[in-house]
Design a protein around this ligand. Sequence first.
Ligand SMILES: [Zn+2]
Length: 247
Amino acid sequence: MFVLDGGSFQYETAMMVFGKVDGETHQRVFTPIYAFETEEGWVLYDTGWPPEAVPMLVELGMDPKIGEENSAVEQLKKIGLAPSAVTKIILSHLHVDHAGGLQFFPDAQVYVQKDELAYALYPNSFQALAYFRETFTAPDIKWEVMDGDGVILPGLTTILANGHTPGLQGLVVELPKSGFILLCADACYLRENYELDLPPGNVWNPVLAQYALKRYKALQALLGARFFPGHEYDFFTKEIDITQPFE
Ligand SMILES: [Zn+2]
C-alpha cells in the first residue's frame, strides 16, 4: 500500500470537529490517495482533487498547495505506474477532494455506495459546494454500485460508515506484514474525532456519524487495526512515513 500525496489546504477546524470553537479556527489538512498492489492489478482508494478545483480553493481563502504533481496520475507516475495499471477504484464518498481524479481512469471499475451516488446528484444546499457534478457524471464511468459493506478483494473490505455523507465507506486493509489498517476517510477527519467521540462538523447526519466512529472503534478492537484518520496533516507528514510503501 502506498499513501500518495494529493496536496493540502487550509480548512476550518469547526467543519472537522463537531462543536469545536476553541483553539485554532483553521488548520492545514492533507489529501491522501491510497494505492494497493493486488493480484487483480492496482486498486485506488479515493482519487484526490481535480486540477480544476484549485482556483475555487484560492478564491475561498483555503490556501491550496495542490499542484499538478499532486494529481492521482502524477503521483502514480512517481511510483512507476500508468493510469492503465489501475483496475479498480474504491471511493470513500463523492466529495470533490475524493472523486476529483476519476476522470483519469476511464477503464477502471469504480465502487461507490448507491446512497452516495443518488445524494451527490441532488445534495442538500449546505453540502452542495463539496460535490462537483462533472467529476462523477461522465457517461463512461464503470460504476459498481454497492448497498452496504463489501469484500472488494481479499484484504480490501469496505465498511459503511455513513453520516458525514449518506454513503461514506471506510476501508479495512489487510497487509501481509503490517496486518490490519483501517482507513477512515472523512468519518474521522482527525484523531481528535476518534479520541473525543465527536463526529465531523461538516456532516449530513451527526447521529449516524457518531455511530460510524463507534463502529470503527469496535473494528479496531476486534482486529487490532492501525487507524488512519481522513485528513490530519501531522499524521500524514510526521506520524507515518509515506515515502515508503506499507507492506
Ligand atoms: Zn475529504
